[in-house]
Design a protein around this ligand. Sequence first.
Ligand SMILES: Nc1ncnc2c1ncn2[C@@H]1O[C@H](COP(=O)(O)OP(=O)(O)OP(=O)(O)O)[C@@H](O)[C@H]1O
Ligand SMILES: [Mg+2]
Length: 253
Amino acid sequence: MPPILSVQDVSYVFVDTHPVRALDGITLEARSGEFIALVGPSGCGKSTLLRLLAGLLRPTEGRILFDGRVLRGPRPDIGLVFQEVNLLPWRTVEANVRLPLEILGTPRAEADARVREMLDLVGLRGFENAYPRQLSGGMQQRAALARALVKLPRLLLLDEPFGALDALTRERMNLELLRIWAHHRQTTVMVTHSIQEAVFVADRVWVMTPRPGRIAGSVSIADLPRPRTLEMMAWPEFGRLTQAVRSLIQEAE
Ligand SMILES: Nc1ncnc2c1ncn2[C@@H]1O[C@H](COP(=O)(O)OP(=O)(O)OP(=O)(O)O)[C@@H](O)[C@H]1O
Ligand SMILES: [Mg+2]
């Protein structure tokens, strides 16, 4: 089966006061249903790559194929959760999650059902009428996740979705995310700073190196069975895999 996502020799240059080559010759692929984690130091271009995959930026060089066709802009079947929570403060949780369906013109009854399903899925039942400021950070991120999932995207892009949360909440959110993924099986690319988190969630970890951002290599996590449990973090195999990712990062330095 051809990959659902294929990034072919992609470079990206920001042109501001002077040009900044943020990404250089990025080549990678994702199979349908695969869960990819993307790790790398701050400033290496992870968010830039995610924006390219979302169709929000166009490659300066190279091309990105989604489902066999060149990606030319944002699409309803690609969902993105940004690094910073960006819910609309004047809309309730329910209305925030509904927004993408309003834009798509989804019929009311279908939209109602989907919004309910997604709020259930992320555990926000009972908070439909709350405003973002009335929610904790973790709940806001779950609302942002529900908003990205409500379009039933075939590709879900997550930019450090739980980066601002405490370690315990973060572990719980990762388990919830894996449960949702097991249910919908959308191809997922999740950016994270944490090597442990990357190994815990992913089928494959891509490692990026900075200035300009390049792919140093990838590590397959296929040997770690699913469903993943927190106990696995104490397994020797888990330690071996995090060490393999760490070595890739260090070799590139
Ligand atoms: N709008 C912009 N204009 C100019 N340069 C930019 C812009 N956005 C990002 N950059 C530069 O591109 C590079 C990659 O930035 P990016 O935000 O993709 O990194 P990142 O890996 O997501 O970092 P972090 O882990 O801190 O979120 C950095 O050197 C940054 O300074
Ligand atoms: Mg970033």
